[in-house]
Design a protein around this ligand. Sequence first.
Ligand code: 3PG
Length: 210
Amino acid sequence: MHAMFRDVKVIPVLTIEDAADAVPLARALAKGGLRVLEVTLRTPASLAALTAISREVPETTVGAGTVLRPSDVTRAREAGAKFLVSPGLTPDLAAAGLGTGLPFLPGAVTPSEIMSARDLGCSFLKFFPAEPAGGAAALRSFAAVFAGVAFCPTGGVNAGNLADYLSLPNVPLVGGSWMVPPDAVAARAWDRIEGAARDAVALAETYKLI
Ligand code: 3PG
């Protein structure tokens, strides 16, 4: 796993509708202790949000999520993404993602997908959508079979099941949006998001002592 993620246990997954929210949101998360952030490329505002965080919130490390095609890799990199996350993997995407030299986390949820990803050179994988795909029980089974493969589960991870994931030997960190409630963003309640980030950090520290 890349050094960028060494002390990271929780990555907020941000789907930003209004680019003007990006900087205050990133600052609030950083103040709460979450400094590695993923901005999904799912909204028209996403690239502007990524660019703004990358330029204006240097205390954070921001990456791009929902990277689906090689063209997304190019756009994300140009916007300042420091890592790339995808829900899946194709050979073309692997070539583009790995070709950047940036940390690249493609998604895999079945044994064959994990084996394909590993063959393509990826051993730090996103496990998405984590809960529908079998959750912590599936990842526990993979730990016995896929030595050297680490997972970042996202999709349905929250304060209630964080411990199930972080207690696994093959799960160094998780991603999720539970600390960024849409109503808090809509209300620009940055203090509330800072507090939720702090709670997430405290909870993760409780369950991941290594
Ligand atoms: C992702 O893209 O990783 C997920 O949408 C985050 O999932 P969550 O909103 O269920 O935390």
